[in-house]
Design a protein around this ligand. Structure first.
Ligand SMILES: NC(=O)C1=CN([C@@H]2O[C@H](COP(=O)(O)OP(=O)(O)OC[C@H]3O[C@@H](n4cnc5c(N)ncnc54)[C@H](OP(=O)(O)O)[C@@H]3O)[C@@H](O)[C@H]2O)[C@@H](O)CC1
Ligand SMILES: [K+]
Length: 502
C-alpha cells in the first residue's frame, strides 16, 4: 500500500541519465522502449481486432514507434506506420529502427491513411517525445488533429506529441492520449497543467535503468509513503493538549464562512482545540453545527497556539493587514492563504520579515496569487509551474503549494513534488479554505512542515476523488463534504500503517 514515491525528471535530467547508459549496451534503449511500449499496448488491444496505426516522427520518438510497429508485425498484427519526415535527417538509432521495420516486411506510408471500415484497433503517437522544441504546425499539427479524431484507444510513446515535457504546456496542438507509456521516469509535463488531460493513464517503463541511482531526483510524484512516518497511533495516555491548539484568522464581513470551513476542517482532522478569529464585528459567536469551535473576535485570540493559519475570508482591510503583520511575527508554524497572500504581495517589507522567520511558513497560492507574489502574472506562473513554485519558495523561504491541475509543492531546500489526486469538481468555493484547515491541523499535531503540506494536499484531493467515485461530484461537490471524507481517509491510512508495522 505505501508504495515509494516515483521520481520525476525534466528533460535535462532524462538526457543526463540517458548519457550514462553504456554505449553499445544491448538491447539499446530504443529497443527496450519500443518493446516495453508494445507490451503495454497489448493490454489495450484485448478484444480489438483490426489494424494498428503508428504515426512516426523525425527523431528517436519515431524510432520507438518503428520498434513497436515491428514487434506487432512480427506478432502477426496488421500495422500501418505513417512517416513523412526526411530519413536522411533521422538520428542513427531511429534510422536503424526504420531499417529493421522494413526488414520485417513493413513499409511506411507517407500520408496519414483514413480509418478502415471497422476503425483502428489502436492509434499510436510516436511523433515527438522529449525532443519537442517549438509549437507544432503544418503537417505535424494536421496529423495530430486527425489522430485525435480517431475512435480508438490513443496511445502515446513517452510524451503525448505537442505537450511540453517540462511544463505540461500545449505547444500548438497536442495528442490527446487515453494511455501514455513513458520511458525511464515520469516527467513534470505529464502531471501538471495540461498534462493530465492529454496523457490519460500513465505507465512508467524504466527500461532497466536505475535513474535515481545515477541522478538523485529533486522531484517526486506524491504518494502517502512520503508522510508515512507521521502515521503513528496516538498514545492511549493523551489529552486534547497533546493534539495542539490552532487558530484560523479571517472572516471579514460577508466572508465568515471561509474561516468557519477552515476551522471545521482543522477540527475534523484531529486538532485538540480550534479557535476561529473573525474580523466581522457581527460574526456569530458560536458555530451551531460545530459548537466545539471557539469563535472569537480576531484580535482576542490566544497567541500561544501550536500552529496558525491566516487568510480564509480575510479581505484586504487595514485590520486584516495589521492582523497579518502580527501573525508573521509569531514564532509558530504559519499558513498563509487567500488574501493573506495578496496583502503580502503588496508589502515588500513584510515579505522580508516573513523570509526571516525561524518557524516554518507555508503558502497555498493559486496561480493568480502566486503571480502577484512573484510580481508577474498568472500566465507566467502557468508557463512553468514547477519553476514558479520553486522561485516563490526560495524567495520567501517557505514551503509552497501552487494549486491547480497537478498541484506543485516546492520546498525551500529545492525539492519538489507533484500531487496527482483531485479533480475539476474541486474548482468550487471554499475548497481552498478546507485545504488550509487540513494543513494547519496536521501542523498543530506536530507534523513537520513539508510532510504536513504534502499530506494535506494529497488528502484533500484523495477525499474529493473518493466522493466522486460515490457520485458526490465532480459536479456539485461542496467543500464541506470533503472534510468528513478526509477524516475517514486519514484514519484509514493510520490503520493501514499500523497493520503494516506500526
Ligand atoms: N531519452 C532516453 O533515454 C530515451 C529516448 N527515447 C526516445 O527518444 C525520444 C527523444 O528523441 P529525440 O531527442 O530525437 O526527440 P524527439 O522527441 O523524437 O523529437 C526530435 C525531433 O523533432 C524535431 N522537432 C522538435 N520540435 C519540432 C516541432 N515543433 N516541429 C517539427 N519538428 C520538431 C527535431 O528537429 P529539430 O528541432 O532539430 O528541427 C528532431 O528532429 C524520447 O522521447 C523517447 O521517445 C527512447 O528511444 C529510449 C530512451
Ligand atoms: K509521442
Amino acid at each position: 500500500m505505501f508504495l515509494p514515491a516515483q521520481p520525476i525528471y525534466p528533460v535535462a535530467g532524462i538526457r543526463e541519465i540517458e548519457a550514462r547508459v553504456m554505449p553499445g549496451a544491448k538491447p539499446s534503449l530504443m529497443e527496450r522502449a519500443g518493446r516495453a511500449a508494445a507490451e503495454d499496448a497489448v493490454r489495450l488491444l484485448i478484444d480489438r481486432p483490426g489494424p494498428i496505426l503508428v504515426a512516426c516522427g523525425p527523431g528517436n520518438n519515431g524510432g520507438d514507434g518503428f520498434v513497436l510497429a515491428r514487434h506487432f508485425r512480427q506478432a502477426g498484427r496488421e500495422v500501418v506506420a505513417a512517416y513523412a519526415d526526411d530519413p536522411a535527417r533521422m538520428p542513427p538509432d531511429a534510422a536503424k529502427a526504420l531499417a529493421d521495420f522494413r526488414a520485417s516486411g513493413g513499409e511506411p506510408v507517407s500520408s496519414l491513411p483514413a480509418a478502415p471500415a471497422g476503425g483502428w484497433a489502436l492509434v499510436v503517437d510516436a511523433l515527438f517525445g522529449i525532443g519537442l522544441t517549438r509549437p507544432l504546425e503544418g503537417r505535424h499539427a494536421e496529423w495530430i488533429g486527425a489522430l485525435n479524431q480517431q475512435n480508438a484507444p490513443r496511445f502515446a510513446l513517452d510524451m503525448p506529441s505537442g505537450l511540453d515535457t517540462d511544463t505540461g504546456r500545449v505547444l500548438g496542438i497536442a495528442f490527446r492520449a487515453t494511455h501514455t507509456t513513458t520511458f525511464i521516469a515520469l516527467k513534470p509535463g505529464l502531471l501538471t497543467l495540461d498534462g493530465p488531460d492529454h496523457a490519460g493513464e500513465v505507465s512508467v517503463q524504466r527500461l532497466d535503468v536505475d535513474a535515481a541511482g545515477w541522478l538523485p531526483p529533486l522531484g517526486h510524484a506524491v504518494r502517502p509513503s512520503l508522510f508515512r512516518p507521521q502515521l503513528t497511533p496516538r498514545a492511549r495516555n493523551s489529552h486534547k493538549g497533546s493534539y495542539g491548539d490552532t487558530a484560523i484568522l479571517g472572516g471579514a464581513p460577508g466572508m465568515c464562512g471561509a474561516a468557519l470551513l477552515a476551522a471545521r476542517a482543522a477540527l475534523w482532522l484531529g486538532t485538540g482545540r480550534v479557535y476561529a478569529g473573525l474580523l466581522d464585528p457581527r460574526a456569530p459567536t458560536v458555530d451551531v453545527s460545530n459548537p466545539e469551535l471557539m469563535l472569537r473576535p480576531a484580535d482576542e485570540l490566544p497567541e500561544q497556539v501550536s500552529a496558525l493559519a491566516i487568510g480564509p475570508g480575510l479581505g484586504r482591510s487595514d485590520a486584516a493587514a495589521a492582523l497579518l503583520a502580527r501573525s508573521v511575527c509569531l514564532d509558530r508554524p504559519l499558513v498563509l492563504d487567500a488574501d493573506a497572500l495578496n496583502l503580502l504581495a503588496a508589502d515588500p517589507a513584510l515579505q522580508r520579515v516573513l523570509a526571516a522567520r525561524a518557524a516554518p511558513t507555508l503558502l497555498t497560492p493559486h496561480p493568480a496569487e502566486a503571480g502577484r507574489l512573484l510580481a508577474s502574472d498568472t500566465a507566467a506562473v502557468q508557463a512553468d509551474r514547477v519553476a514558479a513554485a520553486l522561485e516563490l519558495s526560495a524567495r520567501l523561504r517557505a514551503e509552497v503549494v501552487l494549486k491547480g491541475c497537478g498541484s506543485v509543492i516546492a520546498c525551500s531546500d529545492g525539492r519538489w513534488y507533484i500531487n496527482g489526486t483531485g479533480h475539476p469538481g474541486m474548482a468550487s468555493a471554499g475548497m481552498g479554505d478546507v485545504l488550509t484547515g487540513l494543513l494547519v491541523a496536521l501542523l498543530a499535531q506536530g507534523w513537520p512542515a513539508e510532510r504536513a503540506l504534502i499530506g494535506a494536499v494529497h488528502l484533500h484531493g484523495a477525499a474529493a476523488d473518493r466522493l466522486s467515485r460515490e457520485g458526490i461530484g465532480p459536479v456539485g461537490l461542496t467543500a464541506s463534504e470533503v472534510i468528513g471524507t478526509a477524516r475517514g481517509l486519514l484514519n484509514g491510512w493510520l490503520l493501514e500503517a499500523q497493520r503494516n508495522g506500526g
